[in-house]
Design a protein around this ligand. Structure first.
Ligand code: ATP
Length: 371
Protein backbone atom coordinates (compact mmCIF):
# COMPACT_ATOMS: atom_id res chain seq x y z
CA UNK A 1 0.00 0.00 0.00
CA UNK A 2 1.21 3.48 -0.83
CA UNK A 3 0.68 6.31 1.64
CA UNK A 4 -1.61 9.06 0.34
CA UNK A 5 0.46 11.68 -1.36
CA UNK A 6 -0.53 14.43 -3.71
CA UNK A 7 2.64 16.49 -4.07
CA UNK A 8 0.69 19.63 -4.93
CA UNK A 9 -1.92 19.39 -2.21
CA UNK A 10 -2.00 22.09 0.44
CA UNK A 11 -3.69 21.69 3.80
CA UNK A 12 -7.29 22.88 3.58
CA UNK A 13 -8.65 22.05 7.02
CA UNK A 14 -6.90 21.75 10.34
CA UNK A 15 -8.46 20.63 13.60
CA UNK A 16 -6.24 21.92 16.40
CA UNK A 17 -6.93 20.24 19.75
CA UNK A 18 -10.64 20.30 19.06
CA UNK A 19 -12.94 19.05 21.81
CA UNK A 20 -16.72 19.16 21.70
CA UNK A 21 -18.76 18.56 24.82
CA UNK A 22 -22.52 18.43 25.27
CA UNK A 23 -22.87 19.05 29.01
CA UNK A 24 -20.64 16.43 30.68
CA UNK A 25 -20.56 14.27 27.60
CA UNK A 26 -17.50 14.46 25.34
CA UNK A 27 -18.55 13.83 21.73
CA UNK A 28 -15.15 14.68 20.19
CA UNK A 29 -12.01 14.40 22.25
CA UNK A 30 -8.93 16.57 21.63
CA UNK A 31 -8.76 16.04 17.91
CA UNK A 32 -5.77 16.97 15.75
CA UNK A 33 -6.26 16.33 12.07
CA UNK A 34 -5.30 17.83 8.71
CA UNK A 35 -7.34 17.36 5.55
CA UNK A 36 -5.79 18.44 2.24
CA UNK A 37 -7.09 20.11 -0.89
CA UNK A 38 -8.63 17.72 -3.41
CA UNK A 39 -8.89 14.94 -0.86
CA UNK A 40 -11.84 12.59 -0.60
CA UNK A 41 -11.75 12.07 3.15
CA UNK A 42 -13.97 9.62 5.05
CA UNK A 43 -14.98 9.73 8.71
CA UNK A 44 -15.81 6.17 9.65
CA UNK A 45 -17.13 4.77 12.88
CA UNK A 46 -19.99 3.11 14.71
CA UNK A 47 -23.13 5.01 15.60
CA UNK A 48 -22.52 7.68 18.23
CA UNK A 49 -18.72 7.87 17.78
CA UNK A 50 -18.84 11.61 17.01
CA UNK A 51 -18.48 11.71 13.23
CA UNK A 52 -21.58 13.80 12.55
CA UNK A 53 -20.56 16.21 15.30
CA UNK A 54 -17.21 16.67 13.54
CA UNK A 55 -18.96 17.36 10.25
CA UNK A 56 -21.37 19.80 11.88
CA UNK A 57 -18.43 21.71 13.38
CA UNK A 58 -16.93 22.02 9.89
CA UNK A 59 -20.26 23.27 8.55
CA UNK A 60 -20.60 25.76 11.40
CA UNK A 61 -23.73 24.24 12.99
CA UNK A 62 -21.75 23.42 16.14
CA UNK A 63 -18.91 25.37 17.77
CA UNK A 64 -15.93 23.56 19.35
CA UNK A 65 -15.88 23.70 23.15
CA UNK A 66 -12.07 23.86 22.98
CA UNK A 67 -9.51 24.22 20.20
CA UNK A 68 -9.60 25.71 16.73
CA UNK A 69 -10.84 24.78 13.30
CA UNK A 70 -8.73 26.30 10.53
CA UNK A 71 -10.01 26.52 6.96
CA UNK A 72 -7.60 27.77 4.32
CA UNK A 73 -5.31 29.27 6.94
CA UNK A 74 -8.10 31.09 8.78
CA UNK A 75 -9.64 30.22 12.15
CA UNK A 76 -13.33 29.75 11.52
CA UNK A 77 -14.74 28.83 14.94
CA UNK A 78 -16.95 31.91 14.95
CA UNK A 79 -17.66 32.21 11.23
CA UNK A 80 -21.37 31.48 10.58
CA UNK A 81 -22.29 28.61 8.20
CA UNK A 82 -23.32 30.84 5.28
CA UNK A 83 -20.02 32.75 5.42
CA UNK A 84 -17.89 29.60 5.03
CA UNK A 85 -16.78 28.23 1.64
CA UNK A 86 -18.37 25.01 2.79
CA UNK A 87 -21.52 23.23 1.75
CA UNK A 88 -23.25 20.24 3.27
CA UNK A 89 -25.30 17.60 1.52
CA UNK A 90 -27.80 15.95 3.80
CA UNK A 91 -28.92 12.36 3.84
CA UNK A 92 -32.50 13.42 3.12
CA UNK A 93 -31.24 15.52 0.14
CA UNK A 94 -33.67 18.30 1.21
CA UNK A 95 -34.73 19.10 -2.38
CA UNK A 96 -37.55 21.57 -2.94
CA UNK A 97 -40.45 19.36 -4.08
CA UNK A 98 -42.27 22.08 -6.04
CA UNK A 99 -39.17 23.18 -7.99
CA UNK A 100 -37.77 21.52 -11.12
CA UNK A 101 -34.33 19.97 -11.17
CA UNK A 102 -33.06 23.08 -12.95
CA UNK A 103 -34.53 25.43 -10.33
CA UNK A 104 -33.32 23.29 -7.46
CA UNK A 105 -29.78 23.60 -8.78
CA UNK A 106 -30.15 27.31 -9.59
CA UNK A 107 -31.72 28.16 -6.21
CA UNK A 108 -28.55 29.00 -4.30
CA UNK A 109 -26.97 30.81 -7.26
CA UNK A 110 -29.95 33.17 -7.61
CA UNK A 111 -29.31 34.41 -4.10
CA UNK A 112 -25.84 35.60 -5.11
CA UNK A 113 -24.86 38.53 -7.29
CA UNK A 114 -24.28 36.20 -10.22
CA UNK A 115 -25.63 37.30 -13.67
CA UNK A 116 -28.58 35.40 -15.11
CA UNK A 117 -26.58 34.05 -18.07
CA UNK A 118 -23.77 32.92 -15.83
CA UNK A 119 -26.30 31.11 -13.62
CA UNK A 120 -27.68 29.35 -16.71
CA UNK A 121 -24.19 28.27 -17.75
CA UNK A 122 -23.37 27.04 -14.30
CA UNK A 123 -26.59 25.02 -13.95
CA UNK A 124 -25.94 23.48 -17.37
CA UNK A 125 -22.42 22.57 -16.29
CA UNK A 126 -23.73 20.94 -13.11
CA UNK A 127 -26.37 19.00 -15.07
CA UNK A 128 -23.68 17.70 -17.38
CA UNK A 129 -21.38 16.81 -14.51
CA UNK A 130 -24.07 14.76 -12.80
CA UNK A 131 -25.52 13.38 -16.05
CA UNK A 132 -28.89 14.97 -15.45
CA UNK A 133 -29.13 16.92 -18.74
CA UNK A 134 -32.34 15.21 -19.80
CA UNK A 135 -34.05 15.60 -16.42
CA UNK A 136 -33.82 19.39 -16.05
CA UNK A 137 -37.57 20.00 -16.26
CA UNK A 138 -38.64 17.19 -13.95
CA UNK A 139 -39.76 17.61 -10.34
CA UNK A 140 -38.05 15.57 -7.61
CA UNK A 141 -41.00 13.14 -7.29
CA UNK A 142 -40.52 12.20 -10.96
CA UNK A 143 -36.99 10.97 -10.28
CA UNK A 144 -35.49 7.76 -8.91
CA UNK A 145 -33.62 7.77 -5.60
CA UNK A 146 -30.27 7.76 -7.39
CA UNK A 147 -31.29 10.70 -9.61
CA UNK A 148 -32.52 12.70 -6.62
CA UNK A 149 -29.19 12.06 -4.96
CA UNK A 150 -27.43 13.48 -8.04
CA UNK A 151 -29.64 16.59 -8.01
CA UNK A 152 -28.71 17.16 -4.39
CA UNK A 153 -25.06 16.78 -5.30
CA UNK A 154 -25.37 19.16 -8.27
CA UNK A 155 -27.06 21.72 -6.04
CA UNK A 156 -24.41 21.43 -3.34
CA UNK A 157 -21.62 21.91 -5.87
CA UNK A 158 -23.23 24.74 -7.86
CA UNK A 159 -21.60 27.50 -5.82
CA UNK A 160 -18.20 25.79 -6.14
CA UNK A 161 -17.53 25.36 -2.43
CA UNK A 162 -13.97 24.59 -1.37
CA UNK A 163 -15.30 21.86 0.85
CA UNK A 164 -18.32 19.63 0.46
CA UNK A 165 -19.57 17.71 3.49
CA UNK A 166 -21.60 14.59 2.86
CA UNK A 167 -23.50 12.99 5.73
CA UNK A 168 -24.27 9.36 4.84
CA UNK A 169 -25.14 10.52 1.30
CA UNK A 170 -25.91 7.06 -0.04
CA UNK A 171 -27.72 5.56 2.96
CA UNK A 172 -31.13 5.70 1.24
CA UNK A 173 -29.97 3.76 -1.83
CA UNK A 174 -30.01 -0.02 -2.18
CA UNK A 175 -26.69 -1.86 -2.26
CA UNK A 176 -26.17 -2.14 -6.01
CA UNK A 177 -27.12 1.47 -6.71
CA UNK A 178 -25.01 2.57 -3.78
CA UNK A 179 -21.94 0.90 -5.27
CA UNK A 180 -22.53 2.51 -8.67
CA UNK A 181 -23.09 5.88 -7.06
CA UNK A 182 -19.84 5.56 -5.12
CA UNK A 183 -17.96 5.50 -8.42
CA UNK A 184 -19.95 8.47 -9.70
CA UNK A 185 -19.14 10.40 -6.55
CA UNK A 186 -15.44 9.65 -6.98
CA UNK A 187 -15.59 10.74 -10.60
CA UNK A 188 -17.37 14.00 -9.76
CA UNK A 189 -15.01 14.70 -6.88
CA UNK A 190 -12.03 14.26 -9.17
CA UNK A 191 -13.49 16.40 -11.96
CA UNK A 192 -14.37 19.31 -9.67
CA UNK A 193 -11.27 19.05 -7.46
CA UNK A 194 -13.46 19.96 -4.48
CA UNK A 195 -12.44 18.47 -1.14
CA UNK A 196 -15.08 15.98 -0.03
CA UNK A 197 -15.51 14.89 3.57
CA UNK A 198 -17.95 12.02 3.85
CA UNK A 199 -19.44 10.53 7.01
CA UNK A 200 -20.28 6.86 6.85
CA UNK A 201 -20.62 3.84 9.09
CA UNK A 202 -20.15 1.56 6.08
CA UNK A 203 -16.52 0.46 5.97
CA UNK A 204 -16.70 -0.78 2.38
CA UNK A 205 -18.02 2.59 1.30
CA UNK A 206 -15.22 4.43 3.09
CA UNK A 207 -12.61 2.09 1.62
CA UNK A 208 -14.00 2.48 -1.90
CA UNK A 209 -14.31 6.24 -2.15
CA UNK A 210 -11.75 7.73 0.17
CA UNK A 211 -8.15 8.80 -0.33
CA UNK A 212 -7.81 8.60 3.45
CA UNK A 213 -10.02 7.31 6.22
CA UNK A 214 -10.27 8.40 9.86
CA UNK A 215 -11.56 5.61 12.09
CA UNK A 216 -13.36 6.99 15.14
CA UNK A 217 -14.52 5.41 18.37
CA UNK A 218 -16.20 7.16 21.28
CA UNK A 219 -15.03 10.63 20.36
CA UNK A 220 -11.44 9.60 19.58
CA UNK A 221 -9.81 9.33 16.18
CA UNK A 222 -7.97 6.02 16.43
CA UNK A 223 -6.19 6.05 13.09
CA UNK A 224 -5.98 8.18 9.97
CA UNK A 225 -4.56 6.46 6.91
CA UNK A 226 -5.20 5.28 3.36
CA UNK A 227 -7.69 2.42 2.97
CA UNK A 228 -4.81 0.03 2.21
CA UNK A 229 -2.88 1.06 5.29
CA UNK A 230 -5.95 0.83 7.53
CA UNK A 231 -6.59 -2.70 6.29
CA UNK A 232 -3.02 -3.99 6.18
CA UNK A 233 -1.57 -2.16 9.17
CA UNK A 234 -4.29 -1.33 11.70
CA UNK A 235 -2.79 0.13 14.86
CA UNK A 236 -5.29 -1.38 17.27
CA UNK A 237 -7.57 -4.35 17.70
CA UNK A 238 -10.55 -2.02 17.36
CA UNK A 239 -9.49 -0.75 13.94
CA UNK A 240 -8.52 -4.23 12.73
CA UNK A 241 -11.87 -5.57 13.79
CA UNK A 242 -13.89 -2.65 12.45
CA UNK A 243 -12.40 -2.91 8.96
CA UNK A 244 -13.12 -6.28 7.40
CA UNK A 245 -12.84 -9.73 8.91
CA UNK A 246 -10.02 -10.55 11.27
CA UNK A 247 -9.01 -13.31 13.66
CA UNK A 248 -7.85 -12.01 17.02
CA UNK A 249 -5.83 -14.47 19.07
CA UNK A 250 -4.72 -13.40 22.54
CA UNK A 251 -1.45 -14.78 23.83
CA UNK A 252 1.90 -14.25 25.57
CA UNK A 253 5.18 -13.25 23.95
CA UNK A 254 8.47 -15.11 23.98
CA UNK A 255 11.33 -13.52 22.09
CA UNK A 256 12.93 -16.23 19.94
CA UNK A 257 15.28 -14.35 17.62
CA UNK A 258 16.59 -10.96 16.58
CA UNK A 259 13.41 -10.22 14.62
CA UNK A 260 11.18 -12.97 15.77
CA UNK A 261 8.78 -13.78 18.56
CA UNK A 262 6.60 -16.74 19.45
CA UNK A 263 3.09 -16.18 20.79
CA UNK A 264 1.81 -18.85 23.14
CA UNK A 265 -1.99 -18.91 23.14
CA UNK A 266 -2.82 -22.39 24.35
CA UNK A 267 -1.22 -25.28 26.17
CA UNK A 268 -1.72 -27.71 23.32
CA UNK A 269 -1.29 -25.74 20.06
CA UNK A 270 2.19 -24.76 18.90
CA UNK A 271 3.03 -21.05 19.45
CA UNK A 272 2.52 -18.63 16.55
CA UNK A 273 5.78 -17.51 14.95
CA UNK A 274 5.79 -13.88 13.95
CA UNK A 275 8.38 -11.59 12.41
CA UNK A 276 8.39 -8.28 14.28
CA UNK A 277 10.62 -5.47 15.40
CA UNK A 278 11.37 -7.02 18.79
CA UNK A 279 12.24 -3.69 20.36
CA UNK A 280 8.70 -3.05 21.54
CA UNK A 281 8.28 -6.51 23.09
CA UNK A 282 9.41 -8.44 26.14
CA UNK A 283 9.03 -12.01 27.39
CA UNK A 284 5.71 -12.63 29.10
CA UNK A 285 4.02 -9.60 27.54
CA UNK A 286 0.35 -10.03 26.69
CA UNK A 287 -0.53 -9.28 23.07
CA UNK A 288 -3.26 -9.76 20.50
CA UNK A 289 -2.32 -11.40 17.25
CA UNK A 290 -4.48 -10.16 14.36
CA UNK A 291 -4.61 -12.10 11.11
CA UNK A 292 -6.99 -11.72 8.16
CA UNK A 293 -8.79 -14.90 7.04
CA UNK A 294 -7.40 -14.66 3.50
CA UNK A 295 -3.84 -14.91 4.84
CA UNK A 296 -4.51 -18.39 6.19
CA UNK A 297 -4.43 -21.44 3.95
CA UNK A 298 -6.62 -24.51 4.57
CA UNK A 299 -5.45 -27.92 3.47
CA UNK A 300 -6.37 -31.53 4.06
CA UNK A 301 -2.70 -32.39 4.43
CA UNK A 302 0.29 -30.97 6.17
CA UNK A 303 2.38 -30.19 3.09
CA UNK A 304 2.07 -26.36 3.04
CA UNK A 305 5.63 -25.07 3.48
CA UNK A 306 4.65 -22.07 5.62
CA UNK A 307 6.02 -22.24 9.17
CA UNK A 308 2.84 -21.66 11.15
CA UNK A 309 0.86 -24.86 10.97
CA UNK A 310 -1.94 -26.03 13.21
CA UNK A 311 -4.53 -28.78 13.11
CA UNK A 312 -8.28 -28.22 13.46
CA UNK A 313 -11.75 -29.33 12.45
CA UNK A 314 -14.03 -27.59 9.96
CA UNK A 315 -17.24 -26.59 11.73
CA UNK A 316 -18.77 -24.29 9.14
CA UNK A 317 -18.25 -23.20 5.55
CA UNK A 318 -19.63 -20.00 4.05
CA UNK A 319 -19.69 -20.17 0.25
CA UNK A 320 -19.42 -16.63 -1.12
CA UNK A 321 -19.05 -17.31 -4.84
CA UNK A 322 -15.51 -16.25 -5.58
CA UNK A 323 -14.31 -17.25 -2.13
CA UNK A 324 -15.28 -19.57 0.69
CA UNK A 325 -14.72 -18.93 4.38
CA UNK A 326 -13.91 -21.91 6.59
CA UNK A 327 -14.61 -21.74 10.30
CA UNK A 328 -12.15 -24.06 11.94
CA UNK A 329 -11.93 -25.14 15.58
CA UNK A 330 -8.36 -25.79 16.62
CA UNK A 331 -7.72 -28.72 18.95
CA UNK A 332 -7.24 -26.21 21.80
CA UNK A 333 -10.75 -24.82 21.21
CA UNK A 334 -9.73 -21.54 19.55
CA UNK A 335 -11.90 -20.69 16.51
CA UNK A 336 -10.12 -19.43 13.38
CA UNK A 337 -11.59 -18.23 10.06
CA UNK A 338 -9.68 -18.93 6.88
CA UNK A 339 -10.71 -17.71 3.46
CA UNK A 340 -9.68 -19.22 0.15
CA UNK A 341 -10.55 -18.43 -3.44
CA UNK A 342 -12.72 -21.10 -4.99
CA UNK A 343 -10.38 -21.43 -7.94
CA UNK A 344 -7.91 -23.05 -5.57
CA UNK A 345 -10.65 -25.08 -3.96
CA UNK A 346 -11.47 -26.72 -7.28
CA UNK A 347 -7.81 -27.46 -7.93
CA UNK A 348 -7.58 -29.26 -4.62
CA UNK A 349 -9.86 -31.86 -3.20
CA UNK A 350 -13.06 -30.42 -1.81
CA UNK A 351 -12.96 -29.64 1.90
CA UNK A 352 -16.16 -30.25 3.80
CA UNK A 353 -17.72 -30.13 7.29
CA UNK A 354 -16.08 -32.19 10.04
CA UNK A 355 -12.90 -32.61 7.97
CA UNK A 356 -9.62 -32.50 9.82
CA UNK A 357 -7.59 -29.74 8.18
CA UNK A 358 -4.26 -27.98 8.53
CA UNK A 359 -4.19 -24.22 8.70
CA UNK A 360 -0.96 -22.56 7.67
CA UNK A 361 0.38 -19.04 7.32
CA UNK A 362 3.65 -17.19 7.09
CA UNK A 363 5.55 -15.37 9.84
CA UNK A 364 4.69 -12.00 8.32
CA UNK A 365 0.99 -12.68 7.66
CA UNK A 366 -0.36 -11.24 10.91
CA UNK A 367 0.13 -8.23 13.12
CA UNK A 368 1.12 -8.28 16.78
CA UNK A 369 -0.85 -5.63 18.62
CA UNK A 370 0.05 -4.56 22.12
CA UNK A 371 -2.94 -4.71 24.45
P1 ATP B 1 -24.57 8.30 13.95
O1 ATP B 1 -23.86 7.43 12.93
O2 ATP B 1 -25.56 7.52 14.76
O3 ATP B 1 -25.12 9.55 13.37
P2 ATP B 1 -22.29 9.75 14.96
O4 ATP B 1 -21.01 9.04 15.02
O5 ATP B 1 -22.50 10.65 13.81
O6 ATP B 1 -23.47 8.70 15.03
P3 ATP B 1 -22.77 12.04 16.59
O7 ATP B 1 -24.08 12.39 15.98
O8 ATP B 1 -21.61 12.86 16.28
O9 ATP B 1 -22.45 10.51 16.31
O10 ATP B 1 -22.98 12.00 18.17
C1 ATP B 1 -21.92 11.69 19.05
C2 ATP B 1 -22.46 11.67 20.45
O11 ATP B 1 -22.80 12.98 20.86
C3 ATP B 1 -23.72 10.81 20.62
O12 ATP B 1 -23.61 10.07 21.80
C4 ATP B 1 -24.83 11.85 20.70
O13 ATP B 1 -25.89 11.38 21.50
C5 ATP B 1 -24.15 13.05 21.30
N1 ATP B 1 -24.74 14.30 20.83
C6 ATP B 1 -24.76 14.76 19.56
N2 ATP B 1 -25.37 15.94 19.47
C7 ATP B 1 -25.79 16.25 20.72
C8 ATP B 1 -26.49 17.38 21.30
N3 ATP B 1 -26.87 18.40 20.56
N4 ATP B 1 -26.71 17.33 22.62
C9 ATP B 1 -26.32 16.29 23.38
N5 ATP B 1 -25.64 15.22 22.91
C10 ATP B 1 -25.38 15.19 21.59
Amino acid sequence: FAPWKDPDANPLIRFENVTKRFGDFTAVNNLNLTIYEREFFALLGASGCGKTTLLRMLAGFETPTEGFIVLDGQRINDVPPNKRAVNMMFQSYALFPHLSVWDNIAFGLRRTKMEKDAIGDRVQEMLRLTQLDTFARRKPHQLSGGQRQRVALARSLAKAPKLLLLDEPLAALDKKLRQETQFELMDIQEKTGTTFVIVTHDQEEAMTVASRVAVMNKGDVLQVATPGEIYEAPKSVYVADFIGEVNIIDGTVKITGPEEIAIQYSETSPPIQATVDTEGFSDGQKVSYAIRPEKIGVSLNKDDPRPNKVKGTVVDIAYLGSTSTYHVRLDCGQMVSAQMTNVRRIEHREITWEDTVWLSWSKTAGLVLVK
